[in-house]
Design a protein around this ligand. Structure first.
Ligand SMILES: [Zn+2]
Length: 59
């Protein structure tokens, strides 16, 4: 079974396995953005943009 979550970037649908764990990275099939899955306390799923490793943010 999968859950569909809307991509915050392009409004496309991202399929997420129902046994997803918090912190898993999913990609949007439409725009290619990577998101980290965050499980909320009420059983919902939120996506937050995954930080790309290897970028130098100059901090
Ligand atoms: Zn997208």
């Amino acid at each position: 079974m999968t859950l569909n979550v809307k991509c915050p970037e392009c409004d496309g649908e991202i399929e997420i396995p129902s046994d997803v764990i918090s912190g898993e990275i999913v990609s949007c099939p439409d725009c290619g953005m990577d998101y980290e899955v965050v499980l909320t306390e009420d059983g919902g799923i939120e996506l937050k943009p995954a930080e790309i490793e290897g970028e130098d943010w100059g901090e």
